[in-house]
Design a protein around this ligand. Structure first.
Ligand code: SF4
Length: 252
């Protein structure tokens, strides 16, 4: 076993301390150099992910780019994926829901089950997002994400590097731009002419599936547009889909 994998298994905090001091480009380069195709940016093609893909194209061009295609994304998001592939000469690896489970879910609960209850929304996210994300994670030891501290209160402590526990063992989870804010991201996008999702120009501040992500008002939390119909019923309702938390939506 390599010394770095041993560090992961032993939860070496010295390694995390070192990684948390690094700049975003250094983290991307470190992941690519030390883990090769066992490291990857898993992105939903929001601005933070697009910035990381742009950075990687300059200093770690072989770094894999993966995405979870829920089959319910906005047309603008699918268009952006194609643009990114052309611009950087890469192939985005698309992980999709299990077709059998998807068919069963829709037959049993309907296409729009997420309107019915928080439990059914989490179940839909489990089938369409969380399980494909697990399949993607099985292919990496270093999971590079676009999580940022300014996304929401629940993400305000997000470190640049942490260990993440999976059922098959530990992996390193990197969030190279964790401490960047929206203004800094926007400045990078403008300066480097990074392709971005045109929905941002229509008031979206967080972009996921069609219907389930909507534009936000200036006074609202960045993720307030997610599953907006729950806001009035339950203001404390979670704005996480389960990819970055341990939502168990499999119990329906
Ligand atoms: S965001 Fe909506 S459509 Fe997408 S997986 Fe979750 S509940 Fe289903």
């Amino acid at each position: 076993m390599s010394p770095i994998l041993e560090s992961i298994q032993s939860q070496d905090t010295a390694l995390l301390d070192e990684l948390n001091q690094m700049e975003p480009e250094q983290l991307l380069s470190w992941a690519s150099t030390n883990f090769g195709d066992r490291a990857g940016i898993i992105t939903s093609f929001q601005d933070t992910g697009c910035v990381m893909v742009d950075m990687a194209s300059k200093i770690a061009p072989d770094l894999r780019v993966l995405t979870i295609d829920t089959l319910r994304l906005h047309p603008e998001t699918y268009a952006l994926m194609n643009t990114v592939e052309e611009r950087y000469g890469i192939t985005v690896e698309r992980f999709k829901p299990d077709p059998v489970k998807l068919k069963q879910m829709v037959q049993q609960h309907g296409e729009f089950l997420f309107f019915d209850s928080k439990t059914k929304q989490e179940f839909c996210c489990q089938i369409r997002k969380v399980e494909p994300n697990i399949e993607a994670l099985k292919t990496v030891d270093v999971w590079i994400t676009g999580l940022r501290q300014d996304h929401s209160d629940t993400r305000s402590e997000t470190p640049k590097a942490q260990f993440d526990e999976t059922v098959w063992g530990k992996i390193i989870k990197l969030a190279p731009l964790a401490n960047w804010n929206a203004q800094k991201i926007k400045a990078y996008v403008d300066e480097h002419e990074v392709p971005y999702n045109s929905l941002y120009d229509n008031g979206y501040t967080s972009i996921g599936c069609k219907i389930c992500s909507t534009p936000t008002l200036p006074h609202e939390d960045v993720r307030a547009g997610r599953w907006r119909w729950f806001n009035a019923m339950d203001p404390e309702s979670s704005k996480e889909c389960g990819i970055h938390t341990n939502v168990d939506g499999g119990g329906i």
